[in-house]
Design a protein. Sequence first.
Length: 86
Amino acid sequence: MESLIKADIFFLISSVATAVLTVLFSVLLFYLVKAGKILYKILQALEDGFEESEEFIMDIKERLENNIIFRIFFPPLRKSRIRNHK
C-alpha cells in the first residue's frame, strides 16, 4: 500500500513538473518568434538602406567620371594589350 502512495506522489510531481515545463517552453517559444519577427523587420530595413546607398554611390561615381576636373587629375586607364606567351 505504501508503494502505491509513493507511486501516486511520483506521478503527481512529474505531471506538475511536465505542465510547468510545457508552459515555460511555450512562453520561451512565443518570445523567440516575436524576436524573430523584429529581427526580420530590422534586416529588411537594412537591406533597403543598402540598396539606396548603392544607388547613391553609383550616381556619385558617374558624376565624378564625367567631371572634367576629375579627369584631369585621374585620367582614364588605357586597356593594355595582353601578350600571349607561348
